[in-house]
Design a protein around this ligand. Structure first.
Ligand SMILES: NC(=O)c1ccc[n+]([C@@H]2O[C@H](COP(=O)([O-])OP(=O)(O)OC[C@H]3O[C@@H](n4cnc5c(N)ncnc54)[C@H](OP(=O)(O)O)[C@@H]3O)[C@@H](O)[C@H]2O)c1
Length: 279
């Protein structure tokens, strides 16, 4: 089992450099895949109310046989639950579906700026943390202006911002802002989710130079840049090899060559947080 390095936020909270994405892991097969990942050494598991898999995540967690205290379970508050009362109920519902007393990391899934209730959603998470039912709180898909506003209005800074990051969309500026603030960056779709990224010649060349797979080269690129990748993998083979990428050290010129795949708007799914509205 590889020793997975950690990255630490402004408040001392640490996360492993690679976690497990779970979108699409549903039902018994999903629970089995999550259990196998935890047994392979994953200690950070992503999920969301809207993935409709919190039940499978909870069952995977229990079936893994690994101590609950060792695992960081993440979930996310959906857009339609941003209002204060709905947010409180949603947090309870997520805990109940996951089958846990405390969620370790609860995020706001999207800011939904035109709805303009993300400050209320943040206040609900702050209160849930004060009541001890959520250990750490953070956000997802927040632009710097959204981060500034929630901190300005509540005095509480998120520990994590989970955003789209992969070589087609390296997000240098937003990552620099996170570093200044001590906010950890979790990278979603870190492998570019079936976009052809793993067939890019530069990725294939770096992989060949290290005798590793293209997916491992991309994950090592994330580790080198200090972002926490959460690749989704259903097979034990992919899960193991993805986690083993923490042991690969890329040269600075290799990191730069992979970053050169970046495009000014390299978003793969059109999810611009300034306009995207999540239900
Ligand atoms: N916050 C948000 O708004 C947001 C948005 C999107 C995603 N997410 C989170 O981020 C996670 C990851 O993103 P994603 O699922 O979109 O995409 P991804 O992790 O970039 O790619 C997943 C795909 O890569 C394949 N794969 C995994 N390991 C591989 C390997 N070693 N070699 C070749 N192929 C491999 C998987 O196949 P197999 O399953 O067959 O292994 C799957 O088809 C999600 O599952 C979710 O938890 C969050």
């Amino acid at each position: 089992m590889p020793t997975v390095p950690t990255v630490t936020a402004h408040n001392g909270f640490s996360l492993p450099a690679i976690g497990l994405g779970t979108y699409g892991l549903w039902g018994d097969a999903g629970a089995d895949a999550i259990a196998s990942a935890i047994r392979s050494g994953y200690r950070l598991v992503d999920s969301a109310f809207n993935y409709e898999n919190e039940g499978a995540v909870g069952r995977g967690l229990a079936a893994s046989g690994v101590d609950r205290d060792e695992i960081i379970v993440t979930t996310k508050l959906p857009g339609r639950h941003h209002g204060t009362a709905k947010a409180r109920t949603s947090i309870e519902e997520s805990r109940s579906r996951l089958g846990v007393e405390v969620t370790d990391l609860h995020l706001i899934h999207w800011p939904n700026p035109s709805q303009d209730e993300y400050v209320q959603a943040w206040e609900a998470l702050v209160q849930a943390q004060q009541h001890g039912v959520v250990r750490q709180i953070g956000v997802s898909n927040f632009l710097p202006e959204h981060l500034e506003r929630i901190e300005h209005e509540t005095g509480v800074r998120p520990v994590v911002n989970q955003i789209e990051v992969h070589p087609y969309f390296p997000q240098e500026e937003q990552l620099a802002r996170h570093r200044e603030l001590g906010i950890l960056t979790e990278a979603w779709s870190p492998l570019g989710k079936g976009s052809g990224l793993l067939q890019e010649p530069v990725v294939v060349e770096v992989a060949a130079a290290h005798g590793i797979s293209p997916a491992q080269a991309v994950l090592a690129w994330h580790v080198a840049r200090g972002t926490i990748a959460i690749p989704k993998a259903s097979s034990p083979e992919h899960q193991l090899s993805n986690l083993a990428a923490v042991e690969v050290v890329l040269e600075a010129d290799e990191v730069a060559a992979i970053s050169a795949l970046g495009r000014s708007d390299g978003r793969l799914f059109g999810g611009d947080p300034a306009s995207h509205e999540e239900s």
